[in-house]
Design a binder for this molecule. Structure first.
Ligand code: FES
Ligand SMILES: [Fe+2]
Length: 421
């Protein structure tokens, strides 16, 4: 469901929380600190949900591969593109005595050789070479390939499911989200910037930091706030719209149309041009026009829009703006440790001015996320103290509430079918 007019001054505001059928009560905080809850997340959420592992452009040609470590599932996942072009995933584990087979991050190889005793596998997982095979007992190579992992691709995004036989398909899992965001134009000709961090806080705390803009004026006064709030029209950086899509959710961020770079920000003053939506703007081109026209993007089609934040359960965000798009992966390492990966994809610059704007945008990102990450360890400490049993969420924080309710359903459900109800 889409509800527009999130900013107070835009007129009658409807509640995102009520429209999504969510409770308005305080929300328990045990999911951030309880060891038992964490073990249930490991088993019942990450062990059963479809998990993002990469994008198809990481497998540019036949026999390309990359390895993705999924610590929460204790899995090393080898993702390959076989000679027929099919994307597949396998446990990166040798059938002989369990050594990891591939020990680099990515590349192109027709064959993978385990370094322990030289067993060799094809890119499609088949075992093709066993030194001194005659000295084994009835070894059937056909039965000893790499163990496959269920794999699905949606709009170029690769997902895996760690269940041997997934209870639901990727399509069912994505549900209305998959339909709503199908066809959003992703240019493949982007430059990629990765910012990652490991820190001591529960994985959902950093996820929560990107689920709402209520914190923007307080935590980001010198970086984000001037562009994402307006002293008269949207003082508290309220979202423009909010949606839930089954397990998944999205909100649209306001962009201050009156934003002007401060006098001491000289590069930004030369580069800044707000003509395609907020301060993350790009030059107008076909891709930008198609992005803005897509019905799921800025669904209420507000002119003061800057970006859409979309959250795919349980730990993956895809965010869209006219200045490119970015993804977040929020990987739990333990109950109170997280590996967070931000991948920013910036379109190739179409002018010198645009290039400068993008460079400034990328540099600004690093400052902003540092402000968010540093705060997470403080929240973890606060919650661990046991001083508070609940957190109190306002309407702009509906996505945190939605995540908490969805997570609790998955943690409590015996089957995925029950969790999906
Ligand atoms: S463990 Fe891989 S060849 Fe022995
Ligand atoms: Fe933030």
């Amino acid at each position: 469901m889409t509800i527009g007019a999130g900013i107070e001054e835009a007129g009658a505001k409807e509640s995102f929380t009520l429209a999504a059928g969510l409770s308005t009560e305080p929300v328990p905080v045990d999911s951030y600190i309880s060891p038992d809850f964490f073990e249930l997340e490991r088993k019942r959420v990450f062990g059963r949900a479809w998990l993002f592992v990469g994008r198809v452009d990481q497998l540019p040609e036949e026999n390309s591969y990359f390895v993705k470590e999924i610590d929460i599932c204790k899995a090393s996942v080898l993702v390959t593109r076989n000679e027929a072009g099919k994307v597949q995933a396998f446990h990166n584990v040798c059938s002989h005595r369990g050594n990891l087979v591939v020990n680099d991050d990515c590349g192109t190889k027709k064959r993978f050789r385990c370094e322990y005793h030289n067993w060799t596998y094809q890119n499609d997982g088949a075992l093709i070479g066993v030194p001194d095979q005659k000295n084994f007992f009835n070894l059937d190579k056909k039965k000893c390939g790499l163990t496959p992992i269920a794999t699905g691709v949606w709009e170029g995004w690769i997902f895996v499911n760690m269940q041997r036989e997934p209870e639901i398909s990727l399509e069912e899992f994505l549900g209305p989200y998959g339909k709503a965001y199908a066809g959003v134009p992703f240019g493949e000709d982007h430059e990629t910037l990765v910012i990652e961090a490991r820190f001591n806080a529960n994985w959902k705390l950093i996820m929560d930091a990107f689920a709402e803009s209520y914190h923007v004026p307080a935590i980001h006064p010198g970086t984000l706030a001037p562009g994402f709030a307006n002293p008269v029209h949207n003082k508290y950086a309220r979202p423009l719209s909010g949606n839930t899509f089954g397990l998944h959710a999205a909100w649209s961020a306001y962009g201050n149309p009156e934003y002007a770079p401060p006098p001491d920000s000289e590069v930004e003053r030369i580069a800044c041009k707000i003509d395609t939506g907020g301060l993350l703007g790009s030059d107008v081109n076909d891709e930008v026009l198609r992005l803005r026209a897509h019905p799921a993007i800025n669904p209420t089609k507000e002119s003061c829009w800057s970006a859409d934040v979309t959250s795919i359960f349980p730990n993956f965000n895809i965010d869209y703006s006219t200045g490119g798009y970015w993804t977040h992966e929020f990987w739990p390492l333990s109950r109170d440790a997280t590996h967070w990966i931000l991948t920013i994809r910036i379109p190739k610059a179409s002018s010198v001015r645009h290039r400068l704007q993008l460079e400034h945008y990328a540099a600004r990102w690093a400052e902003i996320v540092l402000e968010d990450v540093t705060n997470c360890e403080r929240i973890q400490k606060g919650l661990e103290s046991g001083a508070k049993d609940v957190m109190i969420l306002q309407d702009g924080e509906f996505m945190i509430r939605h995540m908490q309710e969805t997570l609790r359903k998955w943690v409590n459900a015996e089957t995925v079918a029950d969790a999906m109800k």
